[in-house]
Ligand binder design. Sequence first.
Ligand code: 5GP
Length: 300
Amino acid sequence: MTAAHVPEVDRVAASQAAVAARQARAAVKNDLAIRVRSPLDVARAAWNEPGSAEGTLRVRELIGSLPGMGPIRTSRVLEQLRIAESKRVGGLGVRQRDALLRWLSSRENVPIPPRRARLVVLAGPTAVGKGAVSGYIREHYPNVHLSVSATTRTPRPGEIDGVNYYFVSDEEFDRLESEGLMLETATVHNAYRYGTPRGPVDEALNAGRSVLLEIDIQGARSVREAMPEAILVFLLPPTWEELVRRLIGRGTEDADEQARRLTTAKVELASQDEFDYRIVNREVSQAARDVVDLMSTTQP
Ligand code: 5GP
């Protein structure tokens, strides 16, 4: 029967029932949020009665209610448990129930470790918008320490020495390197040298502040060697076409330089599997939040 043939009175009743179901689910979510009920308790209720408010709750809402489970980690857990994003708790198959039950049990018995300051490395292909994301974090998340790199390239219009970069000569860069003052260095786009001064990173971490490095992929690899506990994040463009558009649209490089950077970008994209997390930069504020989310969650 199509909607047009459903008697008015039935349609009203159906929509009232839908509202009531939504309200009941909201009440369950609220109980989870204020820890009146545990996720395990809600999961058991869902499996006793799959049509209940608990049963029609999405698994991602259940997992996401746990402390430290931001949207990215929730997706990772769903992937690990082989449960689709849209699945409802009552609709899980036997194996999925078992996997979720075991995951929740271990999670609830294990005391949640205190939050620690994290070193997060944000890398990704040229022109993907790393600068925009880290700029947004600088402005909106002042607790995060943004590392200021040293570089031998000259400043672009508007760039400030000591804020965007420390603009140094080749000789000064050599000195910083030879005195062991750099955490990592790299020559980027076969042109200029870039590096992360070590001191400010150590200081911030020791003071309990999370640190963000916005560097290239070779740099990310070096940081992983030097500090294996670092979290490596790869920022992705929504599509390749969008990346090309962003690079050309920026208008800061001439045609030769653009071509060189696109070639580099292809090589860079191929290395994304080496990273712990991938974040798609559709919208800068959301990507920034996803990055900061990783800093404030506990790691397995
Ligand atoms: P740009 O010249 O456009 O500011 O940066 C060029 C590239 O150098 C970007 O991919 C940027 O992430 C990278 N970069 C900036 N600072 C550092 C750094 O300290 N170390 C490394 N390895 N790469 C950096």
